[in-house]
Each structure stands twice: as C-alpha cells, then as structure tokens.
Write a protein that binds this ligand. Structure first.
Ligand code: MN
Length: 506
C-alpha cells in the first residue's frame, strides 16, 4: 500500500494568459475544442478568459462554462464591481464557477501603475473579494507581482482576503524574476506568517522570463503550494507561462521525491499539446521537454545501444506515458475505416458520428493525393471539421493563372448555404491576391488581410500546406485556417473560413 500523497490542483490558463500572447488568439470554436480537451486531460481548473476585457471574451467564457462539466471554470476579473459582474454573468451556467480577482501588491506596481497606497490596495482587494463572494462561493485572489512585494504586506493582504472569503490565494511571479529557492522560501513564509492560511489553498503562477517558470513552480509545490497555474506548451505573455506538461511530468516522474500527485491523465498530454499548437499556429520547439519532436529521439550510437538493451538506461519516462502513439502503422489509400478509427482513438480524437464520417471522407480524398497520411495530417483534418465555423460559403471551384510577366488572374466559384452558386473573376498582385479579390467581389465586402502565414504540415513533396489568415472587417477580427496539398487552395480555404467566422459570429 502506497502512502497517501498530497494532490496538487492543476489550474490551466491556456485560454486566458496563453491566448493573450502574440499570435495565440483563438476563435470560439477553437476555444471550445481546447476546453473539451482540457477537461479530458483532467485539469482541476480551466481559466477560460477575462470576461470584462471584451464582449467576445465574455461570450467565449460563457460558452465554455456551458459545456464543461468536470472542471472548475474560472473567469479573471480586476478588483472592480463591473469586472466581477461580467465574470458572474459569464459563469452563470458553470457547474463549478470560480471568480478570480487580481490586484498588484508590489511597491513598483502600487506607485506607478495603480497610484495607490498599500492601505488603499488592501481595502479594494477586500471589497472585491466580498463582492465576488456574494455570487460565487469559490473566489481566488491573486497578488499580482507577489514575488517583488514585501512579504509581510503580502501576508497581511492574504489574511484579509481570506477573512473576506477567498478560497485560494495566488502568489504570481508575474515578471519571471524569482529564483527557485527564493520562491520556495516565499511560499514557506506565507504559510508561516498568515495565521488563517489553513482556510485557503496556496497557488503559484510563474512566468518564464529567465527560463525558470517550471523550476519555480516545482520548488513552490515542494514548499507546500497546493495549486500550480500553467499553460499547454507554456504559451503566455512574453516568454510564456510554466508549461503544464513539464510540471505534470515532473510531479509524476519524481513522485518519489516530491510526494505529490495530480488528477491529470498523462496519456492525453501529447494530443492536448498538438491541438494547442494547431489552433494557435505556434509550433513547439523540437528540443522542448516532454512534447518536443526530439524529446524521445535517441541519436548517439551509445545511447541507442543502451536503449535497445533496456529503455531505462536513457529514458526516465516513456513516450506512451504522455500518449505518443506507439503504433506507427502507416495510413494510406488502402487503409480502411477500421484502421482510420483506431488511429483517431490513439490520437485521442473523439468525434461525433457525423463529424467522423466527414473526416473519413476527407481522409480518403487526401489519401488519393498523398502516399502516406501522417498523424499531423489527420489532426489537421479533424480540426478543420470540428473547429470551423458553420459554412455560409463553400468553395466550389477555382482557377488561378499566374506568371512572371503577367498580372495574376483568378476565377472563384462559391456555393452559398442557401444553394445559390456565385462566381466572380479578378486580377491581382500575385495568385493569392487575385483569388482573395474575386472572393471579396462575391461576398461584397473588402476585409483587410492582417496576417497571412503558410507552412508545411509534414515533410516531403506531397506535404499538405496549412494557411492561417486573420482578417478584419468593421472592427471585428476573425481567423481562418485552410489545409490542402495545393498552397493556393489552402489559402483560398483559409480565407473562406475566416469569412464564414465573420458571417456566423457577427
Ligand atoms: Mn500571467
């Protein structure tokens, strides 16, 4: 019988801190897909957004709160009644809502950002927690920039907000400034000098400016923190947040030393990492711990020899433990439905019947064009079906003529959801511009193209191209994503996806 270990709450902020990082914005469908995945992963808390920051954010927190059943869903709020009202509204349907309020405690933030005295800060924090507590029994208070605050003042603030009803007090290393031993010391200090700390959980939220976010988090856990805030692939402001997969595997692999557990199903980690990378278009560096492409690749002969004799010689965890599929059976045009569905299962991609059918049809089409259909190809197909906005317009056909000494010309045919077929031609600077202009004529709008990115999903000359576009129209920004073995077609599809998001989401 093993000793009972302390269970650490994993608080995921991929959809809040992660999503606010440059290039990481997600549309509503993508956020819902990530939220479902986080629930399957078994995180304790999903921080779904910052409801008062925009109507779109409020809507997405509301939608996430509506579908998540087994995790607490948190909304971030400043210590202002109007923020907390927005948080309350967004979380009405949550099975387990949490209002997360924050206010800075460090001298530099108080003086230059908040222009408040410590006493004023304390008063505002307490009244915000009391106000939030009227609607929500679970209230987290974050002392922004805690690691650069006076420890005694931090304890005084925590004591007061716990008396006001806070159930979790968070110690963020907002600027990524702390060193592991110093940060652990701060956690111990808070435990020893806040006399009512037994009534709340201690949380930490570390940033990676010096590459120490995970080290600081694990040091804090060892010193007694109960909750770790983190994000998939470590995405987040600046150098990012502590990465979920590294914290979780650190706690799991060194369970003997840290004597803690989490509720995470680690076999879902790889699929979650891939999904976040796909929806944001932000790649994981190859040598990234746990989920990088090379994390389990053994190159040196001496290592390979050891691995063949016994994997434990150079491997402290197995690829299977984080859900990297063991079975590398190749899928191609001769693969049937059974093999395809097995692979979906291995990749942790659970789809409803209708969506599964649609993905299978697309898989067959792709397999006709491509010798080998890889896992990223399949993930791209699934994401295209599950995360796309409903189709107001669908691509029915296209022609683009392009060359070195002529203006590019395009003709595009779209089918409207009401059944009408619409066709237009245009000229432009290059094939993509010509194609987008023809689409603009059909939809009778001229959105501006804010971002365009093209990349290959897999290697080889028959690789699929993935295009990400961001358009804006009358102040609304929408993302679109398209995948095809033809880069012009993937661009056209991405543009139409963004237009569809504009049509559906308003
Ligand atoms: Mn942060």
């Amino acid at each position: 019988m093993e000793a009972q270990h302390r269970v650490i709450d994993i608080f995921d902020t991929t959809l809040r801190d992660g999503e606010q990082a440059p290039g990481c914005s997600m549309n509503l469908q993508e956020k819902l897909e990530v939220a479902r995945r986080l629930e399957r992963l078994g995180v304790t808390v999903i921080e779904a957004g910052f409801p008062a920051s925009s109507p779109g954010d409020l809507e997405s927190v509301r939608a996430i709160a509506g579908i998540v059943k087994n995790c607490t869903v948190a909304g971030l709020c400043r210590c202002l009644e109007r923020d907390i009202d927005a948080g309350r509204e967004a979380l009405l349907k949550a099975a387990r809502p949490r209002i997360h309020v924050f206010l800075a405690t460090s001298p530099i933030h108080l003086e230059y950002k908040l222009k408040m005295t410590p006493d004023q800060m304390l008063e505002q924090a307490v009244s915000a927690v009391k106000y939030a507590k009227k609607f929500c029994s679970d209230v987290e208070f974050s002392a922004e920039d805690a690691s650069r605050s006076e420890p005694d003042f931090l304890c005084r603030v925590f004591k007061s907000v716990i008396d006001a009803g806070a159930t979790v007090v968070n110690i963020p290393d907002t600027t990524g400034y702390a060193m592991p031993e110093e940060f652990a010391q701060l956690v111990r200090y808070v435990k020893e000098h806040t006399d009512n700390i037994g009534r709340a959980k201690i949380s930490v939220h570390c940033h990676n400016d010096l590459g120490l976010a995970v080290a600081n988090t694990l040091a804090a856990v060892a010193a007694g923190a109960d909750q770790a805030e983190c994000a998939i692939n470590g995405i987040g402001e600046r150098a990012g947040n502590a990465s979920l997969e590294e914290i979780v595997m650190g706690l799991r692999v060194r369970r003997d030393f840290l004597k803690t557990d989490t509720r995470i199903d680690t076999a879902q980690i790889y699929a979650a990492s891939r999904l976040v990378s796909q929806v944001t278009g932000v790649k994981v560096q190859p040598n990234k711990a746990v989920v990088g492409e090379n994390a389990f690749a053994h190159e040196a002969g001496i290592h390979q020899h050891g691995i063949m004799a016994n994997r434990a010689t150079y491997e402290i965890m197995t690829p299977e433990s984080i859900g990297i599929p063991k079975n590398r059976m190749v899928l191609g045009k001769h693969s049937g439905r059974h093999a395809f569905e097995e692979r979906l299962k291995e990749l942790g991609l659970n789809l409803e019947n209708g969506a599964r059918e649609a993905v299978f049809t697309q898989f067959k089409t792709l397999a006709d064009k491509k010798k080998v259909v890889s896992d990223p190809d399949i993930e791209a197909l699934v994401l295209g079906v599950s995360a796309a906005a409903p189709e107001t317009y669908r691509l029915d056909g296209w022609v683009v003529n392009s060359g070195s000494s002529f203006t590019s010309m395009s003709a595009i045919r779209l089918r409207h959801k009401d059944g009408e077929t619409l066709e237009q031609a245009a000229v432009g600077h290059g094939p993509i511009d010509a194609a987008f202009k023809a689409i603009n004529r059909i939809i009778k709008k001229e959105p501006s193209l804010e971002h365009y990115e093209l990349r290959a999903i897999t290697g080889g000359e028959d690789a699929q191209g993935e295009t990400m576009v961001r358009i804006s129209w009358e102040g609304r920004r929408r993302n679109g994503r398209g995948v095809s073995t033809d880069v012009i077609e993937s661009s056209i599809k991405a543009y139409i996806a963004a237009i569809n998001a504009l049509e559906t989401l308003g």
